[in-house]
Design a protein around this ligand. Structure first.
Ligand code: PLP
Length: 425
């Protein structure tokens, strides 16, 4: 009789399996292991990642699938919520700047990388938020990293919402500060963490996204601000997905809660509603001065190209007058979300242009995303590490320029596939 105890089954191989290990493996072992995995067990949802767009990303776009087939889709997966990437005034300004300044700056901001257009954009961003100053970063991701790592260091503490963007967590890691995480939007947990900090730990920063990038819900900034003040912490908000969308005139979460001018560090990206690239911080003149010399992703990274900056000046001109298309966007948000809910989809607590459609099973997610593309609808496909696997989802994003017909086609396809995959009854 065989008395050997059977070995437990090997753990499933997944994204985490191929992360850096503890120094016991040659560095390229994981590279080869991932390649093998891709050949043997390539997860289906990967076929929907990194597809090629064959023209400007508008509400409708031609794209190329991984197998080389090309087809037109309704674009329900862009962060260009206000379609400003193709706005005639924005494009014209960008073209003119390309003629005048060339297509790149060829230098970091503190050397030859600051044109008067860069200063103009910084002034407009400061005026938009009612702060003394603003600073541009070459990238939204690196801006968060440079900002947090310059402001905080060993001995300080950064207190994060669990759903904050990865760039915020990476900035925390690089800073060397203590990192605490509170349950998403849970104010009791935030307070418990703040109350538990040692009296001597004076360097405290509370950071929250304004609109959360995978859920589309909004931070309770009024309550966060009260707690930060009560416990002597500075408050930083990342307005990436709130800019141009949230608040009575699109000035973001602080405007929504009547807190404009009361946030210590207002951060945002130029890549969502502004539909370009870059990051910015708006705040006091002394804070911005500090960042110009200590935020390493500003000091050691080349400036935004002038054609991008010129386009962004037009973007902020439109946004400052609230003429960038916010109302049309919200009409579309209300229409799509109310109908998805009526159909029985789980769309979380969204209150923005980001609408999650929770699937919760990666195989189903792969199937539904593939079938949607076949129906001519493109959404983003999201799973670990962006969200937990059991909350994997389609990330539907709305644009001000979506037509009622495009929204109805999206709803029709989602209804059919939602039934097919058992997401709705
Ligand atoms: C909240 C938030 N912050 C920062 C970033 C990084 O911005 P970018 O993509 O412009 O580098 C993102 C991007 O997804 C984001 O959602």
């Amino acid at each position: 009789m065989n008395t050997a105890v059977p070995l437990p089954p090997p753990p499933p191989r997944r994204f985490e399996t191929f992360l850096s290990q503890d120094g016991t493996h040659e560095l390229f072992d994981k590279v080869a292991a991932l390649d093998l995995f891709m050949h043997e067990e390539r997860p289906g949802y990967l076929s929907g990642l990194g597809l090629e767009m064959l023209g400007a990303v508008r509400n409708q776009v031609e794209l190329r699938e991984k197998d080389g087939t090309e087809h037109e889709v309704v674009m329900m997966g862009s962060n260009s919520y206000l379609s400003l990437n193709t706005h005639p005034r924005v494009v014209a300004a960008s073209q003119a700047a390309c003629e005048q300044y060339g297509y790149g700056m060829g230098s970091v901001p503190l050397f030859a990388g600051t044109s008067h257009l860069h200063r103009e954009l910084e002034k407009r961003i400061a005026a938009f938020y009612g702060t003394e100053e603003a600073i541009l970063f070459p990238c939204g991701y690196s801006g968060n990293v440079g900002l947090i790592a310059s402001l905080c260091g060993p001995g300080d503490v950064v207190i994060n919402d669990a759903a904050n963007h990865a760039s915020i967590f990476d900035g925390c890691k690089l800073s060397g500060a203590d990192v605490k995480v509170y349950i998403h939007n849970n104010m009791r947990h935030l307070e418990k963490i703040l109350r538990g900090l040692p009296e001597t730990q004076k360097g405290r920063l509370v950071v929250t996204d304004g609109v959360f990038s995978m859920d589309g819900d909004v931070a309770p900034l009024d309550e966060i601000a009260v707690l930060a003040k009560r416990y002597g912490a500075r408050l930083m908000i990342d307005e990436a997905h709130a800019l141009g969308v949230i608040g009575p005139t699109g000035r973001g979460t602080a405007e929504q809660f009547g807190l404009q001018g009361k946030i210590d560090v207002t951060y945002g990206t130029l890549s969502k509603a502004p539909a370009a690239v870059g990051g910015y911080c708006a705040g006091s003149a002394t804070l911005i001065q500090y960042l110009r010399y200590y935020a390493r992703s500003y000091v050691f990274s080349s400036s935004l190209p002038a054609p991008v900056v010129a386009g962004l000046i037009e973007v902020f001109d439109l946004m400052a007058k609230d003429e960038a298309g916010r109302e049309a966007l919200w009409k579309n948000v209300h229409y799509l979300v109310s109908r998805l809910k009526a159909l029985g989809f789980d769309t979380g607590a969204t209150h923005s242009a980001i609408v999650p459609v929770i699937v919760g099973d990666e195989d189903k997610l792969s199937g539904i995303h593939r079938d949607l593309r076949a129906e001519g609808i493109f959404t983003s496909v999201v799973t670990y590490p962006a969200v937990r696997r059991k909350e994997c989802r389609l990330r539907v994003s709305l644009m001000s320029t979506h037509t009622r017909d495009q929204l109805d086609r999206t709803l029709q396809a989602l209804e059919t596939l939602g039934r097919k995959y058992g997401l709705i009854a």
